[in-house]
Design a binder for this molecule. Structure first.
Ligand code: GDP
Ligand code: MG
Length: 282
């Protein structure tokens, strides 16, 4: 049993490892309509759209450098305040850095960030002082008479929270790359940067893509193998049942054969036992 548990642990670790070691996860929070998706899309794709399409939850990936290696910057664009609480907590727990967006044209959108900030502090505990957080006032391109939050008010709020502050415009592409670069600069536990090592940029990116494809393939293969084993286990059982019923019908001699049947099943049984456990763990 102990051996089996250890094996299961090993398998699970192998499956999860690539994601944990290579990802830097940034989560974007803020009320609906403040421009979260616009900021992310501007940064990732360089595009902007005037229309408002509510987001469920999207994750975008970009290759960045991390301790002189390459890793994936994973940006999660959340739904805003209507996010499911469990999903919100999970995003926070898994997040390495946070962008809290309000619209400078809506005081309420700044106020709506407060409970999210409290939750981040609560879930991160003491670790919070090490975590990059940026309060962002978006739509700074809008005319002064539409403004409800001044730059100073935003700065003051950020200072009270003990986080960094920036005003942006996804529309006019103002401070967007800077926002993400600043956030990464704040990370003290590893050296993360949007700039890939100049010379090796293309090579690195290719290598990264290759590695990711390889990891994905491996994961897929593992899952397929697991499914295959499950299937075989099912077949073995059916066969065994068939055998047993046949042998029972045969009578006396049948008992020995049923015994042999069980013995033959043993190795497969061990394998499928492991799988059963694995399913439970997962
Ligand atoms: N003026 C202006 N409008 C913006 C800006 N960013 C987003 N918007 C608009 O605000 C609306 C909501 O944007 P969206 O990114 O979908 O908000 P989300 O709900 O926070 O993801 C859209 O109509 C955008 O075109 C900006 O920087 N300036
Ligand atoms: Mg959105």
């Amino acid at each position: 049993m102990g051996e089996m548990d250890r094996n299961n642990k090993k398998i699970l670790q192998n499956i999860k490892m690539p994601e944990q070691s290579n990802d830097y996860r940034v989560v974007v929070f803020g009320a609906g309509g403040v421009g979260k998706s616009s900021l992310v899309l501007r940064f990732i794709k360089g595009t902007f759209r005037e229309s408002y399409i509510p987001t469920i939850e999207d994750t975008y990936r970009q290759v960045i450098s991390c301790n002189k290696n390459i890793c994936t910057l994973q940006i999660t664009d959340t739904t805003g305040s209507h996010q499911f609480p469990a999903m919100q907590r999970l995003s926070i727990t898994k997040g390495h850095a946070f962008i809290l967006v309000y619209s400078v044209c809506s005081k309420q959108s700044l106020e709506e960030l407060r409970p999210i900030w409290s939750l981040i502090r609560e879930l991160k505990g003491e670790e919070i002082s090490q975590i990059p957080v940026m309060l962002v006032g978006n739509k700074c391109d809008e005319s002064e008479d539409l403004r409800e939050v001044t730059n100073i008010e935003g700065q003051t709020e950020a200072a009270t929270w003990g986080v960094s502050f920036m005003e942006t415009s996804a529309k006019e592409n103002h401070n967007v790359t800077e926002l993400f670069q600043e956030l990464l600069n704040m990370e003290k536990n590893r050296n993360v940067s949007l700039q890939l090592d100049g010379k090796n940029k293309k090579k690195n990116k290719k290598k990264m893509m290759k590695e990711q494809a390889k990891e994905e393939k491996l994961l897929k293969e593992k899952k397929e193998k697991q499914m295959q084993r499950e299937k075989e286990k099912g077949k073995e059982k059916d066969k065994d049942k068939e055998k047993q019923t046949k042998e029972k019908d045969k009578g006396k001699e049948g008992k020995d054969k049923a015994g042999a049947g069980n013995a033959a099943q043993a190795p497969a049984g061990e394998g499928s036992g492991t799988l059963k456990e694995k399913c439970k763990v997962m």
